[in-house]
Design a protein around this ligand. Sequence first.
Ligand code: FAD
Length: 317
Amino acid sequence: MSVIEKIKNAKGPLFTFELLPPLKGHSIERIYSAIDRLMEFEPAYINFTSHRNETSYKERPDGLLEKRVTRLRPGTIALAAAVKYKYNITVVPHILCGGFTREETENVLIEMNFLNIDDVLALRGDPQRGSRVFIPEKDGHRYTSELVAQIVDMNNGRYLEDTLRENTPTSFCIGVAGYPEKHGEAPNMETDIVNLKKKIDAGAQYIVTQMFFDNGKYFRFRDLCRDAGIHVPVIPGIKPVSALNDIKMLPKTFHIDLPNDLVKEVEKCSTDQEAREVGIEWTTMQSRELISRGAPGIHYYTLGRSDNIARIVKASF
Ligand code: FAD
């Protein structure tokens, strides 16, 4: 069953979570252990992030710089397929505009189709490290709405090569990202919502939000979406604070605010473990309120560790 069908048929809020592929060279077993800990809570589906190639420069003995292009976390589709068949669960790989041509995107989608993976979260990706602006590949997509349109074309049997005949239509269910505190590059919330609507008008069926720590931001965002004529489900994405440094790192990385009460509680902690306990308590409080006020589900960002998520879900659902 696709994500949108699951949301529509659900008798209560869905519990879902996101995992990162292991760093290159690391084992898939760590992913399985993270999932094992959460299976008793019957997740409706699991998302797998995607990571583009990174360019770096290494100094050679002759003093010249050597360009290196590497992907630190490869294997999103293979990992999603392995999990789908091991756990008999719906999986949602992320696919990106950044770093991919349209042709490469089409080929990834064909692989997913052969693997019976019919759900996808379509994203642009951030600018490459060291660059302040997002630069698409030559013949790649600049905005996620264009990527969504390509997937919808395939759902209608239209592939890039227009000489192909009798094509098999795919049946991808497409999710996209939304930002309760606006996307970092958007000049204002109104513009960002107009751009979000372009993704829905192109064919996306639901929205998953960027993490937020103040539920008021989610409820306001949901209202703004409805006022703008966006009527698809808006799934809140949340993450527990899990280290002392999170109060510095999260706002900088994700362009979000942290409520003062949360910051003060973390500042009282002297170890990461204490900060983790604060995070569990805060996210449990957020989860309970989101559920009681009608969120279609809660999507947890795990960053690969799931013991804290297990405690939050146990106390909230
Ligand atoms: P878009 O929707 O394309 O928007 C990007 C910016 O362009 C916004 O400011 C928007 O307002 C503007 N814009 C959009 N359309 C137009 C238009 N037509 N004209 C002018 N401006 C426009 N990153 C990864 O690398 N891998 C992941 O797996 C990943 N997973 C994520 C999961 C979730 C739930 C979220 C919320 C984010 C995730 N990200 C991931 C991060 C995401 O790639 C970045 O936030 C990225 O900068 C924006 O992606 P987007 O799909 O929202 O872009």
